[in-house]
Design a protein. Structure first.
Length: 756
C-alpha cells in the first residue's frame, strides 16, 4: 500500500491526498454537517469527515486540490480553519483571560435576577426595578452572548441552522418581550418581566460549553501524553565532536548519543553500548526492555542506565512515535458508521425545532390567549433542543476508547475498526511470528546425498537475499559453524513454497515438502526424520539439487527448525473462547507442525498448508459463513485476521478487521485496522474488549441524547419547562454525555487488572 508524507504534513494514500484542518466555531452536530457539505462540494474532494469533539476535519482529495481552497470553503460556510502541520509547535493562546471569565461575569450579572425568581417560590417578592433588570441583562445578552449572534448569523447566511441560532432566537425573544413590556408599562406599573430567563439561559449555556470543553480536553489526554514523549534536542557526532542540536535538524544516518536518563530522540539501531529502555507509553510494555548492539530503538523511549550510540533511521514525521500519534488522531477524526444516523438526524434537526417552536407559540397563544406564556414555551423548546449531546455522543467515546487503547499498546487506525471489533465472531491467526516467536533456530540437519556441512552451505547460499525467519535461522547456523559463504545467482522466490537459485554448477531448491512433490523429488530418505520432528511441532525444510534441466532433482538433505510458542498464546486463545469467539490458525507450514502448535495453544481449527493467496480466500469463506467459523454457518460472521508478515497482508485486507503485530512488517500494519505494538497475542482479546466497552458507551450516549430530546421537547412545548430549566437541562445533557465517555479512561487490560 502506497503511503507517504509530503512536506505539508498531508498523507498521500493510493494517489489521493489526506489533509487535516483545525476548524473553529462549531457548536453542534448541525455545524459538522454544514462543514462536511461545504468540503464535499469542492471539485476533487472524494470524502470529508468532521469531528466535533476534536474540532478537526479530515479530507481526502486529489493531489491537485490546494489546502487554501479547502480552507476557503470552510470559511465560506461560516467557520475559521487552519491546516494541521505535523510536528508543528502547540498554538500559543491569544488571550490572557482564563477560560472561565465569561461564565463568571455572566453569573455575577445574572445572580440578582435569579434570586428574586427563586424567592417567589416561597412567597417572597424581591423583584428588582425594571430599569435595573434591563441594566443587568443587556451586557449578558449582547456582550457575553454576542458569540451566539455571530455564529447564528453565519448559519443563516449559509442557509442552515445550529445551536447558536436557537439560543440567539430564544433569548432574544425573551429579552425583546421584556423590553417591550417595560417600555409600554405605565409610570407606576410593574409588569412581569423575563430578563432573568434570557440572562440565565445564556449563563447556563456558557457554563455548559465551558464544562464540555474541559471534558473534551481530558479526552485527548492520550495524544498529549504521546506528544510529551517527543525529545526537543539530540546529541549527535559531527565533525569529530559531539553537538547538541534541535531534534528537527537530525538527519537519517546521523550518529546520536543517548545518555542515561535521557529520551531517545529518533528511531534508529544501536551501534554501541548496552542499556534498558522504558517503552511503556509507546508499546504498553511495563518492564524496561534490554537493548544492545544491533537492536532497534524507538524515539520517545527513556534510557534507564547505560550510554547508547544509535544510527538514526527515521526522523521527524517518519518516526514510529509520530506515526502512532497520527494514527490515534486519524482514528479520532474518522466517524464510526453509527454516526451516520446522527448526521442524518442533525441535518433536519434545527429546522424542525424552529418549526416546532413556531407551532408551540401559535398553538399555546390561540388556545389559552396567554401570548407571553406562549412565547416563553416557544423559547424553552428552542433552548432544550440544542443538539450538542447528539453531536458529542459518538466522537467523545471514540476519542477516549482509542486513547486508552493506545496507552496499552493497541493502536486503532479508525473508528470503523473500533466499531467492527466489538462484533467479531471468529479470529484467524497466522502461526509464525504471531502465535510463535518467529525466531526459529536450526535444531537438526539430515545429510542425504551430500555432507552435512555442504547441506548447510547450499541452504545458506540460496537464502542470503531472503528476510524470512527460516532464512535468518539458516544464516545464523551457518555463521556459528564458520561455513564459507557460497555465491548464489538467479535467485527466484517461490511464494508459499520456498526458493531456488543457481549455486556453482547446480540449481538448488530449498523449501517445503509440497515443493518437493511438485518437482517430483524422491523424499523417502528423509521421511522418518521429517515425521519425527513434525510430530514434535517443528518445521521441516527440504533441500534438493538439479544438475541439468533434463534430469530429475535429487534430495540433498533435510533441516528441522524449532520455534518457541509465545508465552501469551494459550492465554489469548482461552480468553477469546471465554468471549464466545471461535479461533482458526492459517499456516503455510506442513499440516503436522501446524496441528502440533494449534493443539498446544488450544486453537479450534487448523488449516495447513495454506498459501498466502489462499489465506485471503479462507478468510472470505469464513466471513460468508460458508465454513464453520464460530457463527455456525449460514450467515455473515465478523472475522478478524491476526498476522505480522507481508504474506499476511491479503488476508488482513480480506477480513472484516485486520490486526497486525508491530513486530512484523510495515506492509502488514498498513493493511490492518488495528496494530498491536507488542508481539503479544493477548492484546487481540484486549483490543476486542476495549471495542466492546467503547461501543457500549456509544449506545448509552446516543440513547441518552435521543431520549433527552424526545422527552424534553414535548415537555417544553406543553409548558412544563421554563427557559431557565430548559437551559440547565441542555447544559447537563452535553456534560453527562462527555462524562459518561470519560469513564472509559478507567479501562485496563485484563493482566493489568489482576496486577493492579
Amino acid at each position: 500500500m502506497d503511503r507517504a508524507l509530503n512536506q505539508t504534513g498531508a498523507v498521500t494514500l493510493g494517489g489521493a491526498s489526506d489533509l487535516r484542518f483545525n476548524v473553529e466555531g462549531m457548536t453542534c452536530a448541525s455545524c459538522v454537517g454544514r462543514v462536511e457539505k461545504a468540503l464535499r462540494k469542492v471539485p476533487g474532494v472524494t470524502d470529508a469527515s468532521v469531528n466535533l469533539a476534536t474540532e478537526k476535519a479530515q479530507v481526502t482529495a486529489a493531489p491537485g486540490v490546494a489546502p487554501e481552497t479547502l480552507i476557503a470553503a470552510i470559511e465560506k460556510a461560516g467557520y475559521d480553519a487552519t491546516a494541521v502541520v505535523d510536528d508543528a509547535p502547540a498554538p500559543v493562546p491569544t488571550t490572557v483571560l482564563p477560560d472561565w471569565w465569561a461564565v463568571a461575569v455572566a453569573a455575577v450579572l445574572s445572580a440578582p435576577l435569579a434570586v428574586p425568581m427563586f424567592g417567589a417560590v416561597f412567597g417572597l417578592h424581591w423583584m428588582l426595578p425594571g430599569w435595573l433588570q434591563l441594566l443587568l441583562a443587556t451586557p449578558v445578552q449582547f456582550g457575553l452572548g454576542a458569540r451566539f449572534y455571530v455564529a447564528g448569523w453565519k448559519a443563516v447566511r449559509a442557509r442552515a441552522g445550529n445551536m447558536d441560532l436557537l439560543v440567539a432566537i430564544g433569548t432574544s425573544a425573551a429579552y425583546g418581550l421584556s423590553l417591550y413590556l417595560l417600555l409600554t408599562a405605565g409610570a407606576n406599573a410593574m409588569p412581569h418581566l423575563y430578563f432573568e430567563s434570557s440572562a440565565i439561559v445564556i449563563t447556563l449555556v456558557l457554563l455548559g460549553k465551558l464544562l464540555e470543553t474541559r471534558s473534551r480536553q481530558r479526552t485527548v489526554s492520550a495524544i498529549r501524553a504521546l506528544e510529551s514523549l517527543k525529545a526537543t534536542v539530540a546529541i549527535v557526532r559531527r565533525d569529530g565532536g559531539e553537538h547538541e542540536i534541535p531534534v528537527g535538524k537530525v538527519r537519517i544516518g546521523d550518529i546520536v548519543l543517548v545518555r542515561p536518563g535521557a529520551r531517545v530522540a529518533v528511531d534508529g539501531r544501536v551501534i554501541e553500548g548496552r542499556s534498558h529502555l522504558d517503552e511503556s507509553l509507546l508499546t504498553g510494555e511495563s518492564l524496561p526492555v534490554a537493548k544492545s548492539v544491533g537492536d532497534a530503538v524507538i524515539g520517545g523511549a527513556i534510557n534507564a542506565d547505560g550510554l547508547l550510540v544509535i544510527e538514526a533511521s527515521a526522523v521527524g514525521g517518519a518516526t514510529m512515535l509520530s506515526q502512532i500519534i497520527r494514527m490515534v488522531e486519524d482514528a479520532q477524526a474518522v466517524k464510526a458508521p453509527i454516526q451516520r444516523l446522527v448526521d442524518k438526524v442533525s441535518e433536519v434537526f434545527v429546522p424542525v425545532v424552529l418549526l416546532l417552536s413556531v407551532v408551540t407559540f401559535f398553538a399555546r397563544g390561540l388556545l389559552t390567549g396567554d401570548w407571553q406564556q406562549a412565547l416563553l414555551d416557544a423559547v424553552a423548546v428552542q433552548v432544550i433542543a440544542c443538539p450538542c449531546a447528539l453531536g458529542l455522543a459518538t466522537p467523545t467515546a471514540i476519542m477516549v476508547g482509542t486513547g486508552v487503547a493506545a496507552r496499552y499498546g493497541i493502536l486503532i487506525k479508525d473508528a470503523n475498526a473500533l466499531e467492527t471489533a466489538h462484533a467479531i465472531g471468529t479470529v484467524a491467526f497466522d502461526k509464525t511470528g504471531t502465535l510463535t516467536e518467529g525466531k526459529p533456530t536450526v535444531v537438526a540437519v539430515l545429510a542425504v546425498s551430500v555432507p552435512e556441512q555442504r547441506v548447510m552451505a547450499l541452504a545458506d547460499a540460496v537464502q542470503q537475499q531472503s528476510d524470512h525467519p527460516l532464512a535468518a535461522a539458516v544464516r545464523a547456523e551457518a555463521l556459528s559453524r564458520a561455513i564459507p559463504a557460497l555465491q548464489a545467482t538467479d535467485v527466484q522466490a517461490l511464494p508459499g513454497r520456498g526458493v531456488q537459485a543457481r549455486v556453482e554448477d547446480a540449481t538448488v531448491i530449498f523449501g517445503s515438502e509440497r515443493l518437493m512433490q511438485e518437482l517430483d523429488v524422491d523424499i523417502g530418505a528423509g521421511a522418518i526424520f521429517a515425521l519425527d520432528h513434525e510430530a514434535a511441532g517443528r518445521t521441516v525444510s527440504w533441500l534438493a539439487m538439479q544438475r541439468t534441466a533434463t534430469e530429475r532433482p535429487i534430495l540433498g538433505g533435510v533441516l528441522a527448525f524449532g520455534d518457541t510458542i509465545k508465552a501469551g498464546a494459550r492465554e489469548a486463545i482461552q480468553r477469546l473462547h471465554a468471549m464466545g469467539i471461535a479461533t482458526v490458525m492459517l499456516s503455510g507450514d506442513n499440516a503436522a507442525t501446524a496441528r502440533a502448535v494449534g493443539m498446544a495453544v488450544g486453537i479450534d481449527d487448523v488449516r495447513a498448508p495454506v498459501l498466502p493467496t489462499d489465506k485471503a480466500t479462507v478468510v472470505a469463506r469464513l466471513r460468508g459463513g460458508d465454513e464453520d467459523g464460530g457463527g455456525g454457518g449460514g450467515g455473515h460472521v465478523k472475522v478478524a485476521m491476526v498476522g505480522d508478515g507481508i504474506n499476511d497482508a491479503p488476508a488482513l485486507a480480506a477480513a472484516d478487521i485486520g490486526m497486525a503485530m508491530a513486530t512484523g512488517t510495515d506492509v502488514a500494519m498498513q493493511a490492518a485496522g488495528i496494530t498491536l505494538m507488542r508481539g503479544d497475542p493477548v492484546l487481540v482479546a484486549d483490543a476486542i474488549d476495549i471495542s466492546k466497552q467503547t461501543y457500549r458507551k456509544i449506545r448509552q450516549n446516543l440513547g441518552w441524547a435521543f431520549v433527552y430530546n424526545i422527552v424534553g421537547i414535548p415537555l417544553a412545548a406543553l409548558g412544563y419547562l421554563n427557559p431557565v430549566i430548559a437551559g440547565a437541562a441542555m447544559a447537563l445533557s452535553s456534560v453527562s454525555v462527555v462524562s459518561n465517555a470519560l469513564l472509559l479512561r478507567r479501562w485496563k487490560p485484563q493482566r493489568h487488572r489482576r496486577s493492579g
